[in-house]
Ligand binder design. Structure first.
Ligand code: AOF
Length: 157
């Protein structure tokens, strides 16, 4: 990844600005009539075909607990996870921002600013320890921002 520009917006912890952009933020999503407390709960549960284990993840009090259950390899990971995980994340993040007005307005208000998940240990979804990670979550947020701007423009037509 190229180095960040000066107007880059970083997000990660729930105690930092733009916490609403994190998958740990308390904005639920609904898929197939089932409500998930956060994007993180949904994303972690989708790693597994085991319905009971998915439910266990959904019932976690906190997203960090959902993530911990999702990190286990005692329950088999679905075989196609690496192929489907980006699409699952995109669908969940889009659903979150279409469902909840407050984070949607915050996201639309960032204009064209680059968005980066400042995750120190994650060079896939975030920028990783050296800041040069793939930042897939930030990229998804920028794509979702474009979709939301189109939604808003269509409403005005
Ligand atoms: N925000 C945030 C994290 N980042 C989130 O972790 C998820 C990646 O999970 P996995 O693909 O299983 O490694 C993804 O949703 C990413 O945004 N991790 C944390 O431990 N704490 C946090 O506050």
């Amino acid at each position: 990844m190229t180095p960040p520009s000066p107007d880059t917006i970083y997000f990660y912890a729930q105690t930092d600005p733009y916490a609403e952009f994190s998958n740990f933020a308390p904005y639920g999503v609904c898929f197939e009539d089932i409500w998930w407390p956060t994007v993180e709960h949904y994303f972690q549960a989708m790693k597994f075909h085991d319905a009971a284990y998915r439910t266990r993840i959904r019932r976690c009090q906190k997203p960090k607990d959902a993530k911990a259950l999702g990190m286990t390899r005692k329950v088999p990971l679905r075989a196609d996870w690496e192929e489907v995980k980006d699409d699952i994340m995109y669908a969940a993040v889009l659903c979150k921002f279409r469902t909840h007005g407050a984070p949607r307005q915050l996201l639309l208000g960032t204009g064209d600013a680059p968005l980066v998940e400042n995750a120190p240990m994650d060079a896939y979804w975030g920028c990783g320890p050296d800041g040069l990670g793939l930042n897939k979550l930030g990229r998804i947020l920028m794509r979702v921002r474009g979709e939301l701007a189109e939604d808003a423009a269509a409403l005005k037509r």
